[in-house]
Design a protein around this ligand. Structure first.
Ligand code: DON
Length: 313
């Protein structure tokens, strides 16, 4: 890994932002709900929090966006905290090679989703959290958790997004009901989904997201406080690396070489263990539902910094 100064990193982020602003192939903004469809595809932001605590941002890094499936990382962290490794009896940790909302594997795999980052897996994670909490409490717990991780109490859930998810979430309803038929959803489907939709509706900026991801960069420690064990942080990063971009995860590992989790709002949280927590946002998506320019920006960042985990240390 090449050492990079704060000034050089800032210059790199500014350069990447200028390149992404000029890009013509920007992907397609999610249009399954109006609040996401309304986000202009011109937006681009990036934030990097270094292990030293130094923060560098560029572009629209302070504009809040819908983090969508990135919330699956925080929900997984809470569920592992609640029930420990027993979680893995109800959800796997293998890449699915299928779309984020696919139902096909659930039939042959008896209602056990491949991993906690596809929709079916995240719905099981919500059900696990509801084994101990009411939906309102679970939503409050997640919100408090990300606020604490980011050190920012202004982070909120966008209720208009949660409502729109609720109105259109027929595939998620199918997934949850199908898993319930296999006995892998224990609670009331509508309550589990209501929780899941609120998690997806968390609104955060790149700066807030990169701050919230510090515990994954720093062996489970954020702001001097232990959030999870170092072993658990390593393992969450491993699942992010292998499953964080759905059927596009292999390509992400190949091009970028970092644990990362995407959301259909166009955000990606990426982690360079021991080095940096990175959040990038551009709403146009590739065919797998991951930010087109977000991935390209991360690819350029790792090329210019040598931060890929596959770079000789
Ligand atoms: O449940 C859904 O389908 C969406 N609310 C979230 C999916 C998502 O972010 C997939 N990510 N790329």
């Amino acid at each position: 890994m090449r050492a990079i100064s704060g000034a050089a990193l800032q210059a790199t982020l500014d350069e990447i932002t200028a390149e992404m602003r000029a890009a013509t192939e920007r992907g397609r903004v999610a249009n399954y709900i109006p609040p996401l469809a309304a986000v202009p595809d011109s937006r681009f932001g990036i934030a990097v929090v270094l292990g030293t605590g130094e923060v560098h941002v560029a572009g629209d890094a302070d504009e809040a966006f819908s983090i969508q499936s990135i919330s699956k990382v925080f929900a997984l962290t809470l569920a592992l905290g609640a029930v420990g490794d027993q979680l893995w009896n109800r959800v796997g940790r293998e890449p699915s090679g299928s779309a984020f909302n696919s139902i096909v594997q659930l039939e042959t795999e008896h209602g056990i989703p491949r991993n906690p980052f596809i929709n079916a897996g995240a719905i099981v994670v919500c059900d696990v959290l509801l084994g101990r909490l009411q939906p309102r409490e679970a939503i409050g717990q997640l919100l408090r958790f990300v606020r604490e991780l980011a050190g920012d109490d202004t982070i909120a859930i966008d209720e208009s997004v949660a409502r729109a998810e609720q109105d259109t979430g027929f595939t998620n309803r199918a997934l949850a009901n199908y898993m319930r038929a296999f006995g892998n959803i224990h609670g009331e489907v509508e309550l589990v989904l209501g929780t899941y939709f609120h998690f997806c509706a968390l609104a955060m900026s790149c700066r807030q997201l990169a701050m919230a991801g510090r515990y994954l960069m720093a062996g489970g420690i954020s702001d001097g406080h232990r959030v999870i064990t170092d072993k658990r942080a390593r393992r969450i990063n491993a699942v992010m690396m292998s499953c964080g971009q759905y059927d596009n995860s292999g390509d992400f590992a190949y091009r970028i070489g970092l644990p990362g989790k995407s959301g259909v709002g166009g955000g990606i949280l990426a982690v360079a263990p021991g080095i940096a927590s990175i959040a990038v946002w551009s709403p146009g998506l590739n065919p797998s539902g991951n930010s087109q320019l977000g991935q390209m920006a991360l690819e350029r960042l790792v090329q210019r910094t040598g931060w890929s985990v596959f770079e000789p240390r």
